[in-house]
Design a protein around this ligand. Structure first.
Ligand code: HSE
Length: 329
């Protein structure tokens, strides 16, 4: 049988950006997951997963990438079968949207192989990606999945509608301008924090003054993205709700943040559910300096870490190779 084989890349993401819990996220250049999908006669299978130290489920219905892919296939009259190989570039439970990147790649691959243009079917792709994310995180939040699919900076607005789906509340994704000079430093320590655990430590009730603080800072950050004011974006990384709760379960967080700010970061907080810390800087040299300071700070807390400095990835998920092959998938 003649097969079509595509390779899809989906970027890492930083969600929350401080004040915007579950409401904002951005994609970063240079980090992400790769997924190779091969058409078959029917069904969906995971053939192999690499880079996960054997931790991810290989049953298709339990894996974020194939759940997302299947959600796309179910929308088609004559869906192809798909065999999937996932190459994890992102550590699990790192805070860089690992499950979302796999879900985005799975949804993107299924759309392309099923003959749907992913760029004009954004809502379908987003729903599929969120269902994949839900399998891994327990919640189908969109602040990692949306930027991994569509690139750039995504603001997520929950909306009410008549067809309100209890399981997956409808959202609207608003694409914000991505300043090309902004660099994102991510320092990922060698330990993981599962998103489910990091959500359990969050306060059930929040003082009104804290809501006012975070809302104003998220609004300031959005203004900063629109005006390209990098310093404002950095100042707006100020979160009095989620960071204090999660900072207490990330050993070394306080000293890493202090080190980043001392080294000239415009702002610093926890990436997504952590434990990765992110910092905004105005250029690559500053990124290098801030990254080294964050790394030294982790080491002083007896934690090794990997640092990456990247611009915002404005492309999102994409096909990086596409070929036909003969024989068995
Ligand atoms: N907004 C999510 C959270 C992102 O902070 O829990 C993590 O997947």
């Amino acid at each position: 049988m003649k097969c079509r084989v595509i390779e899809v890349f989906a970027p890492a993401t930083v969600a929350n950006l401080g004040p915007g819990f579950d409401a904002i996220g951005l994609a970063i250049e240079g980090l992400g997951d790769r997924l190779i999908a091969t058409t078959t006669e029917s069904g969906i299978r995971i053939i192999e997963i690499t880079g996960d130290q054997g931790e991810l489920p290989t049953k298709w219905s339990d894996n974020t990438a194939t759940v997302a892919a299947n959600c796309i296939l179910k929308t088609l009259a004559n869906p192809p079968g798909i065999d999937v190989v996932v190459h994890k570039g992102l550590s699990l439970g790192s805070g860089l949207g690992s499950s979302a990147a796999s879900a985005a790649a799975g949804a993107w691959a299924a759309a392309v192989l099923g003959g749907i243009d992913p760029r004009v079917n954004g809502d379908t792709l987003l729903r599929a990606g969120r269902l994949g994310e839900e399998i891994a995180a327990g919640v189908g939040h969109a602040d990692n999945v949306a930027p991994s699919l569509f690139g750039g900076v995504s603001l997520i607005r929950h909306r009410f509608s008549d067809d309100n789906d209890e399981r997956l509340p409808p959202v609207e994704v608003i694409a914000l301008p991505a300043p090309s000079e902004l660099r994102v430093v991510v320092a990922t320590p060698h330990f993981s924090v599962p998103t489910k655990a990091a959500r359990r430590v969050l306060p059930a009730k929040v003082p009104l003054a804290s809501v006012v603080h975070n809302s104003a800072n998220l609004a300031a950050m959005v203004a900063g993205f629109f005006t390209g004011d990098l310093e404002l974006i950095g100042r707006a990384v100020s979160d009095v709700i989620v960071e204090p709760a999660r900072g207490s379960i990330i050993a070394g967080f306080a000293r890493v943040k202090a080190a980043a700010l001392d080294a000239g970061a415009l702002g610093c907080s926890i990436a997504g559910a952590g434990p990765t810390c992110f910092a905004f800087v105005a250029n690559s040299d500053a990124g290098q300096r801030v990254g080294e300071a964050m790394s030294r700070a982790w080491r002083s807390a007896h934690v090794e870490c990997i640092v990456h400095v990247g611009a915002i990835d404005v492309e999102g998920a994409r096909v990086v190779s596409d070929s036909a092959s003969d024989g068995e998938a």
